[in-house]
Design a protein around this ligand. Structure first.
Ligand code: ADP
Ligand code: DAR
Length: 344
């Protein structure tokens, strides 16, 4: 492996921290699953517009390639090698009375976590056989759920393109063909081993083998953030009775992308802020103050439509799940108050 030919366009944290010295230290190392530095950084080398530019192939990647990943995690999350991650999924600790009882602003609420099975590699290093085994284990566990979580698993293999596009358009299913995931080896054998589970009300969903082996999702129309969080917490508790997730005391829940480590949680609302949208400087000042991220209505790398924005927590590691949701809630409360003030 040769040192990558970085250009001035390569602005990722990987390009920033992969010095020649770190490269020489790591270039010949392999994890127990045979994952190499070359595979870890391929997405960031192929896609100069990457923000992070590196994916882990297994939990061991975070120690074997620590000379590169530790400074990236420290800069992105403000989280030191010596720090310990704490988890709290108790909805009773969330202070979140409904912000929008008249449904004037919040179109929908969605809270998701990423999870990976403890006894398997992560997506970038997993084999086809292993990924198919993950699909079998997780889908059979999901199909055994009862009560409000009861539903059905739909494999992508054999799904009509019409049904797939309809699920994507309804914001229920992941899009295919992300170039960052492609370079990271996360789209290998597509669509084998991928699919979606949803309960009968389509308020509880699980993606299998997209960027992580599970994306556990609770979502519904409107702004009852606490109800969405409570459903997610209940679902995670049920699933943890049936499978063991990759976790470390230092990094929390282990994910393929370092940005999702810790809680692996993104709590978002789709919210209409037509007045504030005309003052993006003020908009961004508020989202920065409350550690929030702005995305478009079709998720990452998409644009807003009709003045509706996807607003979510940015912090995932070194904060608890309750704090992630509280970040989002408190920020959305401030955004709505400012939007109302602009209408007065
Ligand atoms: P993730 O949240 O899993 O990291 P994305 O940001 O790409 O992934 O979003 C995945 C899908 O979830 C997209 O179709 C997006 O429109 C949808 N989505 C995200 N937040 C919400 C929300 N609050 N309400 C409805 N759909 C949402
Ligand atoms: N393409 C990666 C994405 C980083 C965060 N988003 C994730 N994990 N979906 C990058 O380095 O920009």
């Amino acid at each position: 492996m040769k040192y990558p030919n970085f250009t001035k366009e390569h602005k990722s944290l990987m390009a920033k921290y992969l010095s020649k010295e770190v490269f020489e230290e790591l270039k010949d190392l392999k994890t127990p699953n045979g994952f190499t530095l070359e595979r870890a950084i391929k997405s960031g080398v192929d896609n100069p517009d990457s923000g992070i530019g590196v994916y882990a192939g297994d939990i061991e990647s975070y120690t074997v390639f620590g000379a590169l990943l530790d400074p990236i995690i420290e800069e992105y999350h403000g989280f030191l090698k010596s720090d310990i991650h704490k988890s709290n999924l108790n909805p009773d600790d969330l202070n979140a009375p409904n912000l929008d009882l008249k449904n004037e602003y919040i179109v929908s609420t969605r809270i998701r976590v990423g999870r990976n099975l403890a006894d398997f590699p992560l997506g970038p290093a997993i084999s086809k056989e292993q990924r198919d085994e993950v699909e079998k284990i997780v889908s059979s566990a999901l199909n055994s759920l009862e009560g409000s979580l009861e539903g059905r698993y739909f494999p992508l293999l054999g799904m009509s393109e019409e049904d797939r596009l309809s699920l994507v358009q309804d914001h229920f299913l992941f899009k295919a063909g992300d170039r960052f995931l492609e370079s990271a080896g996360l789209n290998r054998n597509w669509p084998n081993g991928r699919g979606i589970y949803h309960n009968n009300e389509k308020t509880f969903l699980v993606w299998i083998n997209e960027e992580d082996e599970l994306r556990i999702i609770s979502m519904q129309k409107g702004g009852d953030i606490k109800e969405v969080f409570s459903r997610l917490a209940q679902a995670i508790k049920e699933l943890e009775k049936m499978m063991k997730f990759a976790f470390s005391k230092h990094l929390g829940y282990i994910t393929s992308c370092p940005t999702n480590l810790g809680t692996a949680m993104r709590a978002s609302v789709h919210i209409a802020l037509p007045k504030l949208a005309k003052d993006m400087e003020k908009f961004k000042a508020i989202t920065d103050k409350y550690h929030l991220q702005i995305r478009g209505v079709h998720g990452e790398h998409s644009q807003s439509e009709g003045g509706i924005y996807d607003i979510s927590n940015k912090r995932r590691l070194g904060v608890t799940e309750v704090q992630c949701v509280q970040d989002m809630y408190d920020g959305v409360k401030a955004l709505i108050e400012y939007e109302k003030a602009l209408c007065d």
